[in-house]
Design a protein around this ligand. Sequence first.
Ligand code: GRF
Length: 202
Amino acid sequence: MTPYSIVVLASGSGSLLQSLIDSQEQDNYTIDLVITDRDCPAVERAQRANIATRVIHMGPNRNQWDTTLRTALDTTHPDLIVSAGFMRVLGAEIVSAFEGRLINIHPALLPKFPGAHAVRDALAAGVATTGTTVHFVDYGVDTGAIIAQKEVAILPSDDEGTLHERIKVLEQELLVEVVARFAAGKVKYQVLREHPGSSDHE
Ligand code: GRF
């Protein structure tokens, strides 16, 4: 049986990618490609693990970028695409092609604090707890069906950096757990709304 194939999308330090790399064998999946939108430490982490990498820089033409990304994904035939710190919103062309096999991890308890500054927003809101969410990617921003969440207390001494690092410790565990469940065929997906081309995904 061919191993469960994963593509990871990243833009940053790649600590979540590293957790996925380290768990490949024990959780019966292989990361066949790492795609980034910029040169970043995540690329080096993949190269050190002998995983193929592709940097797709965002040029002046967003549609061209979407098509290049879609082509890179199509040729890999992944079972699952994991956005792990990818700082680009995936366009409708990607979502329509891979919805149900496309997940993201976000450093807040969605639907609270969506968007690019979730940790900073939770701190500013003065809430007692925040956390992380793994969800399916749909046509919105951080709006897809929630798969799993983990909570963390916000400490009086926290700043954005210390809080985010504590969240990332939870994320490294949660993302591996969720991907292992996908690889074991334990996660089902159903489109929650009607839109052109929608269908129930198993
Ligand atoms: C994670 O906190 C993720 O939730 C957010 O970006 C961070 C990625 O961290 N979207 P790293 O690049 O994997 O270290």
